[in-house]
Design a protein around this ligand. Structure first.
Ligand code: ADP
Ligand code: ASP
Ligand code: MG
Length: 415
């Protein structure tokens, strides 16, 4: 007997037919003698619609009321799944974030989970009742509803698994595991049996939205065994942890076969800022990046060109696309102080990354990447690296070509 947290994403609960299939997955686990807490997302597309409604109500709105509105999609699916489970003879009860409670910080719209009360849930699970928990929502210190940021149901599930001391957290989605690249972009991508927490963390934060980054951080911190699998597989098929289905996210030492590069990710969420003809003298970088940091704007990749005349140079860096306008405003204000000639911003860029723990012990990964992209005529605008990843910034028009080129280059294509 195991204690399982099972999470179902938006496509998996998109309508009542899909919710019935979800219920069949849950029933299979209960019939096998397991205890199950189930975390559900809103029906696919529902949260987008709710976000849109808040914008239409008023472009600049109170973040607390935004949370009241956008958290409601999960309330609906938690109730519907409970009703369907009950109708199948499985005892089930929904538990809203405030009822458990799932306590969070007060950062409305992007709250962090600070604690989950589990005693009552454990009692119920012990009696064979399924606890159906809406993902994405919690309750802040001011007793108001909070949400965890888009894709946050993954984080709800992992946090609940950690708090309950669950044996495993199964993330059911519309693909049957983690692939070497987004299977929608690279048809030849391969499913990985296992991936390390660290690689998954980079993969998620570098653009693969299959798991929310924060959920992977929590899983790594609390050593939660995460299995990413498909809700579209027949519910009556019981498979082992890596018995041919799904991807286990686990410690690096559990990986049997190790590729130098385990996957390629990309994101369109970055924007490029260029300061043209900045004075090339000490203290300039501080005068540019200091005010950005004060405005809470994160800077990612940075390139400073060699100065032709010894006096001025171009400075290029990236910020999250949503922060571009604010970044430009901040830099306009310090124009006198910094001393640049022109300021340019563009969202017409993508960041493409190769990730793999094997990079720690292999040289030449970057050199091969630059050559392969040059051969395709793709210009690299910025580069950043860490121990286990290389990221490049390129023109958005080449995103898919670059992802596919790198996928083949590192031998990841399915034969
Ligand atoms: P859910 O609604 O279940 O939370 P998401 O849409 O958030 O599902 O995440 C699943 C999607 O993530 C897949 O449909 C797939 O297109 C995308 N994805 C991106 N990168 C990867 C990857 N490396 N492996 C698997 N899926 C990926
Ligand atoms: N429904 C929320 C969203 O669409 C949370 C989630 O699905 O994980 O972002
Ligand atoms: Mg998701």
């Amino acid at each position: 007997m195991a204690l399982l947290v099972m999470k179902f994403g938006g496509t998996s609960v998109a309508d009542l037919d899909r919710i019935r299939i979800v219920a069949a997955h849950v029933k299979r686990e209960i019939d096998a003698g397991n205890q199950c807490a189930v975390v559900v997302s809103a029906m696919g597309g529902q949260t987008d619609q709710l976000v849109e409604l808040t914008k239409q109500a008023a472009p600049l709105h109170d973040a607390r009321e935004y949370d009241v509105v956008v958290s409601s999609g999960e309330q609906v699916t938690s109730g519907l799944l409970s009703i369907v489970l009950q109708s199948m003879g499985v005892p089930a009860r929904s538990w809203q974030g405030w009822q458990i409670p799932v306590k969070t910080s007060d950062a409305h719209g992007a709250a962090l989970i600070t604690g989950i009360e589990t005693q009552e849930l454990k009692n119920r699970l012990g009696r064979g009742e399924v606890a159906v928990v809406p993902g994405f929502q919690g309750i802040g210190p001011d007793n108001r509803i909070t949400t965890l940021g888009r894709g946050g149901s993954d984080t709800s599930a992992v946090a609940l698994a950690a708090a309950l001391g669950a044996d495993r957290c199964d993330i059911y989605t519309d693909v049957d595991g983690i692939y070497t690249a987004d299977p929608r972009v690279v048809p030849h991508a391969r499913r990985l049996d296992k991936i390390s927490y660290e690689e998954m963390l980079e993969t998620a934060s570098l653009g693969a939205k299959v798991l929310q980054t924060r959920s992977v951080q929590l899983a790594m911190l609390h050593q939660v065994r995460l299995l990413v699998r498909s809700s579209f597989d027949p519910p009556d098929q019981v498979r082992g942890e890596t018995g041919g289905a799904g991807t286990l996210v686990c410690d690096e030492d559990e990986l049997v076969e190790q590729q130098v590069v385990s996957g390629i990710a990309y994101t369109k969420d970055e924007a490029k800022v260029t300061l043209v003809r900045v004075e090339d003298k000490p203290g300039v970088a501080a005068r540019v990046f200091g005010p950005l940091a004060e405005a809470n704007i994160n800077v990612d990749m940075i390139v400073q060109n060699v100065s032709d005349d010894g006096r001025t140079t171009d400075l290029t860096f990236t910020v999250i696309a949503a922060d571009l306008n604010r970044a430009l405003e901040v830099l306009e204000k310090v124009k006198e102080d910094v001393g640049y000639r022109d300021l340019r911003g563009s969202t017409n860029v993508v960041k493409v990354s190769a990730i793999g723990v094997g990079m720690r012990s292999h040289a030449g990964v970057a050199a091969r990447m630059f050559k392969a992209l040059a051969d395709k005529g793709i210009n690299i605008e910025a580069i950043s690296t860490s121990e286990i990843k290389i990221s490049i910034l390129i023109d958005a028009a080449y995103a898919e070509l670059a992802v596919r080129t790198l996928h083949s280059l590192y031998g990841l294509d399915n034969a």
